[in-house]
Design a protein around this ligand. Structure first.
Ligand code: HEC
Length: 87
């Protein structure tokens, strides 16, 4: 588990990421139903991928890269994402 500041990460997730991913990260399903994979699952199972997405965004979609905010902030967001529901 990442050891960032969960409360800080939550504040950013709930203002930036929430727009697309929803308040609990379940608005976008990365898999085809009936399978389900949400932000919470990616960040828990594959933190390096989660961190990479947070820092560099998702190519081809509107997900912005947050490199400008620095690695500490990205780790805070990752830490919060690891608390989100996986299913
Ligand atoms: C403008 C909409 C938008 C915003 C804002 C956004 N995302 Fe995303 N995100 C997406 C889309 C669309 C995908 C790709 C979905 C897919 O591949 O099916 C994605 C993918 C991801 C993935 C990777 C899933 C994978 O399979 O690798 C993670 C993790 C993620 N987002 C986390 C975040 C976090 C954390 C934030 C806030 C810092 C954020 N996103 C902000 C739209 C957004």
């Amino acid at each position: 588990m990442a050891r960032g500041n969960v409360r800080r990460g939550a504040a950013i997730f709930q203002t930036v990421c929430v727009v697309c991913h929803g308040f609990d990260g379940r608005e976008i399903n990365f898999k085809d139903p009936p399978k389900a994979e949400y932000v919470g699952a990616v960040c828990k199972k594959n933190p390096w991928e989660g961190l990479h997405k947070i820092r560099f965004g998702q190519p081809g979609v509107g997900m912005a890269a947050l490199t400008a905010l620095g690695i500490d902030t990205a780790v805070d967001i990752l830490s919060y994402c690891q608390t989100l529901p996986v299913e």
